[in-house]
Design a protein around this ligand. Structure first.
Ligand SMILES: [Zn+2]
Length: 146
């Protein structure tokens, strides 16, 4: 890379725009996450009579032991939530959609954490950047000559 003032100045000038775009993405993900609040199910499918020759299969939602569900509540200590859904296709679809939203919620949490980590690294690198130029950066973000 050539050390050219115009090129370096262009790179520095683009920083704020790139950072703002990342923060906007962060806000967007957070809004998506907030919209899922209380709408997700942490359980998994469990079928009764699935292989029975004459009985209709019935769906239950099983949750892990001591695991709360935003949709179904809290289990007693040491117990798990078990929710009857039944065989109504509309109710089965509804239950599956809630579990799919939980997967989406976890994906969004992961993505948010990745973005936050990237922005924290940007802060570290910007501070190093100023350090290389002989500046220190105060708590207020203002760079001052050393
Ligand atoms: Zn649930």
């Amino acid at each position: 890379m050539s050390i050219d003032i115009d090129r370096l100045a262009k790179m520095a000038a683009g920083c704020e725009m790139a950072l703002r775009a990342r923060f906007d993405a962060l806000d967007g993900l957070q809004a998506e996450l907030d919209a899922l609040d209380g709408q997700t199910c942490t359980g998994r499918e469990w079928w009764r009579d699935r292989d029975h020759p004459t009985k209709t299969p019935k769906l239950y939602i099983l949750h892990s032991i001591d695991t709360a569900c935003p949709l179904h509540g809290e289990p007693s200590p040491g117990k798990r939530l078990r929710c009857y859904v039944g065989s109504d296709p509309a109710k089965i679809d509804e239950a599956r959609a809630a579990m799919a939203r939980e997967k989406k919620r976890r994906d969004l949490e992961r993505e948010l954490s990745r973005l936050r980590g990237g922005l924290a690294s940007c802060g570290y690198h910007l501070q190093s950047f100023y350090g290389l130029l002989g500046y220190t950066v105060g708590e207020d973000g203002q760079a001052r000559p050393r």
